[in-house]
Write a protein that binds this ligand. Structure first.
Ligand code: GAL
Length: 683
């Protein structure tokens, strides 16, 4: 079977559930898939009972039969481990494998993902099953890769079973060794929370005000992430023993309370993502007046995926309406949108796109989650669009293996992501800036990356970007501060926002002048700070003729050393005080801005730092279009994606190769509603 994601072609797949259909349909389904460009199917992620219908009673007949059909149809298979849906016989017999709510109520059989990662019994069953599945199917010629479980931490990213408490205690013993160290790290002298025995420590439990010690919660999130990672590693270690050389191991989706970078580095060959941009048009949304870019904001998620694996796969790409019978109502993709969202994924680095799902399920919670085909199985417009996508992906296949090229990056790290989850002050500034910077980049056609400050990230990686935004590094560590200093010293430009550096690694606030560990580098002294009071309205700042807002929170600044004041607040009791400083340091510069970054503020930064519209000399497009660039060798590949339901006009400022048609294109052109184009040109 031909491998996918080898950098030699763009390929398509679909998610198929042989257990949902009469066996007589398999042959016809596989042949129809092939005819329409599908070359791989993902199977078995929820089918535990087909392998182990009763405890210890293993059987492979069902999937052996399906794989035979796949071989006959020349269809490749991505095989999954079915651990996302423990069987009824298992949870009935061993309820301790179940996850629980924070109040201890067990989450029972009847949906999915109802297990916990730490139950020794669940791990034993998982090990037994994965060992058998991997040894049986590892050598199979139809199999080209493996997916572990399904969407780790989807549905819930919190775990409160007894096994979790037991494992949390071990995690903490390992981390702190003594209770004194734990009490110090968690600041338990506040509200008399001091622990005198490990048995007194639990995963968070209901409290009178629903607020649990924040330093404990931060460690709890780290613990959840570690538990999920170790569950994935348990499985990948087994699969690696049996899989054929070249077959990959992945899992799908990126979810919270999980260090997806570390999980991928320690257990996977690459991450795959599940992309459902149609959520933007769910019932209750207001897409006409939406300021958040609707389906286009999935490009933000794709930038996250790319930060984990520069070239990746989409395991589930939207192909129909969304809907469980209980929630998530969104319309069918309009003609062209399936193609648009596929090209959005490819533009951001996907070389494999697998559609969810081949045919809409006729039963269960997901009867409204539509696939390519409807219940009736008749040919429909989405199948016709798939066929057209197939032609298009064949035409652009040459760009497989190319890398997305960003003009700047936004730094992220899990300590701050997790702190923002539990801390409302942090969350508000982060949310504003995450959206402001992303939208400013999109609307000015400025491709951006996320760059995670993992333990492995090197100065060389940072130096790939002339400008790095680190909007609100509330938690700062000495290592990260030193890395940033080296980056700036060597010529980089660093942009920081309010609330930088006021917490330590445990989420406590040390008694230091702010912005703490970055005071010297930024040349900033935060002498006062406040939320923007609701009755103040909008507080603005002027920077060399450009006025913009400083929303959510304001650090009132004074320059240190030779730092220069670029802008001052124009309102409130701190009117006239510094809001924006620039500090030359080594060969580089640091900008410290006292607010969060709104769309307007971020747009001004992109313009002033000469990042905006980096490809305007090649393509001019209206704001409705995203422009993305992938580069391979000496070839550049420009994607132009029209998210609007109206046709738009774009201008090619030089002759480019239209990859879809193979012809040369130049000058003024029209992109139809939801239209896409891919242009090639030598460097
Ligand atoms: C994904 C999941 C699929 C299916 C789909 C539609 O999150 O992996 O199994 O549930 O959503 O709901």
């Amino acid at each position: 079977m031909e491998k996918i994601l080898q950098g030699n072609r763009i390929s398509l797949g679909t998610c198929y559930y042989p257990e949902h259909w009469d066996e007589n349909l398999w042959k016809d389904d596989l042949a129809r898939m092939k005819k329409n460009g599908i070359e791989a199917v993902r199977i078995a992620e929820f089918a535990w009972n087909k392998f182990e219908p009763a405890e210890g009673n293993y059987s492979f007949d069902f999937f052996d039969g399906f794989l035979e059909a796949a071989i006959e149809a020349d269809m490749s298979v991505i095989f999954c481990t079915p651990t996302a849906t423990p069987p009824a016989w298992l949870t009935h017999q061993y309820p301790e494998v179940l996850n629980a709510r924070i109040d201890g109520t067990l989450l029972r059989h009847g949906a999915r993902r109802h297990y916990n990662y730490n139950s020794p019994i669940y791990r034993r069953f998982t090990q037994g099953l994965v060992e058998r599945i991997a040894s049986h199917y590892g050598p199979h010629p139809a199999v080209i890769g493996w997916q572990i479980d399904n969407e780790i931490n989807c549905e819930t990213d919190e775990f409160y079973s007894d096994s979790d408490t037991a494992a949390f205690r071990e995690f903490l013993k390992d981390k702190y060794t003594t209770l004194d160290a734990l009490n110090a790290a968690w600041g338990t002298s506040f509200w008399n929370q001091t622990y005198t025995s490990w048995a007194e420590v639990y995963v968070p439990r209901p409290t009178i005000s629903d607020s649990v010690n924040p330093h404990e919660v931060l460690d709890y999130i780290r613990f959840v992430s570690g538990s999920a990672r170790s569950f994935v590693k348990l499985q990948s270690d087994i699969i690696r023993n049996y899989k054929k050389p070249g077959d990959f191991i992945t899992t799908n989706g990126i979810f919270s309370n999980l260090d997806n970078h570390r999980m991928t580095a320690e257990s996977l060959d690459f991450i795959t993502y599940d992309s459902y941009p149609n959520f933007a048009f769910s019932l209750g949304s207001d897409p006409e007046h939406s300021a958040d870019l609707n389906d286009r904001k999935w490009s933000r998620n794709l930038a996250e995926v790319r930060s984990i694996s520069p070239v990746f796969g989409i395991m589930e790409q939207q192909s129909g309406a969304n809907g469980w019978n209980t929630r998530m109502e969104a319309p069918a993709p309009r003609p062209g949108q399936m193609t648009l969202w596929t090209m959005q994924s490819i533009a951001h680095g996907a070389d494999y796109v697998s559609f969810f799902r081949w045919r809409t399920c006729c039963m269960g919670t997901e009867i409204y989650w539509h696939g390519i085909l409807d219940y009736s199985n008749r040919d429909n417009r989405r199948l016709a669009e798939l066929h057209d996508i197939y032609q298009k992906t064949r035409a652009i296949s040459v760009l497989a293996g190319s890398c997305y090229q960003a003009a700047f990056a936004v730094l992220r790290d899990y300590d701050n992501i997790w702190d923002a989850k539990l801390d409302v002050w942090h969350r508000r500034v982060e949310k504003e800036s995450e959206s402001g910077i992303f939208r400013a980049a999109q609307l000015s056609h400025t491709p951006m990356d996320y760059l995670y400050l993992t333990a492995e990230v090197s100065l060389e990686t940072l130096k790939k970007y002339p400008v790095l935004f680190y909007p609100h590094p509330v938690i700062l560590t000495e290592d990260r501060a030193a890395l940033l200093e080296s980056y700036v010293e060597s010529g980089g430009t660093l942009v920081l926002g309010c609330r930088t550096g006021y917490k330590d690694i445990n989420g406590k606030c040390p008694m230091v002048k702010l912005p703490g560990l970055l005071q010297k580098l930024s040349g900033a002294d935060v002498v006062d700070y406040t939320f923007v009071a609701p009755d103040e309205g909008i507080i603005t700042v002027e920077w060399d003729g450009e006025e913009f807002d400083a929303p959510v929170f304001n650090d009132v600044l004074e320059p240190l050393g030779k730092a220069e004041i670029l802008g001052t607040y124009r309102k409130s009791y701190y009117a006239g005080k510094a809001a924006l400083l620039c500090n030359a340091y080594g060969r580089g510069k640091v900008y410290y801005f006292g607010g969060a970054f709104s769309l307007r503020g971020a747009s001004v930064f992109l313009k002033k730092l000469k990042l905006a519209e980096p490809h305007a000399h090649v393509i001019e497009a209206p704001q409705d279009c995203e422009i993305a660039l992938r580069i391979k060798g000496d070839e550049k590949y420009y994607f132009v994606l029209n998210y609007s339901k109206e046709a738009v006009s774009i201008t090619l400022k030089k002759e480019l190769r239209d990859l879809y048609s193979g012809k040369t294109a130049a000058g003024k052109l029209e992109l139809p509603p939801y239209g896409t184009a891919v242009y090639g040109v030598g460097l």
